[in-house]
Ligand binder design. Structure first.
Ligand code: THU
Length: 130
């Protein structure tokens, strides 16, 4: 299954009763495994989590630490981009050249690198680590 198909499939499982905006994310890690996540909203709004966050959590829980590429899909008029917080979460496990594929249900696809989406990312070197 392609990353795009995996993101599309998990989007159907999103818990998004408040926004009515289900999102699916799928990433490929260093091992080649695919991890998926969907947004999980909460009646106490700030407690909701984004699709990308779910996919990253699944990857880390499986012992993987490197994102090779990530795909996000929503039923939006134009492809959605990861929110600011998710860009930083992706950056924790990816590099500036990591491809981010953004898609709509209707078939529009845009590609960017993480470095294009999050220039000047706060990184371990700012904390004197690597
Ligand atoms: N959302 C994501 O899951 N990923 C994104 O990249 C952007 C936004 C979710 C959060 C919320 O549940 C819904 O989309 C509407 O903002």
């Amino acid at each position: 299954m392609s990353l795009l198909d995996a993101a599309r499939a998990v989007r159907d499982l999103a818990h998004a009763p408040y926004s009515g905006f289900p999102v699916g994310a799928a990433l490929r890690s260093e091992s080649g495994a695919v991890f998926v996540g969907c947004n999980v909203e909460n009646v106490a709004s700030p407690e909701g989590t984004c699709a990308e966050t779910g996919a990253i959590t699944a990857m880390v829980a499986a012992g993987q630490r490197r994102i090779l590429e990530i795909c996000i899909i929503a039923d939006s008029p134009v492809p959605i981009t990861p929110c600011g917080g998710c860009r930083q979460r992706i950056a924790e496990f990816a590099g500036p050249d990591t491809p981010v594929i953004m898609a709509t249900l209707s078939g529009q696809i845009e590609r960017a690198t993480l470095g294009e989406l999050l220039p000047g990312a706060f990184s371990p070197r700012h904390r004197g680590r690597g």
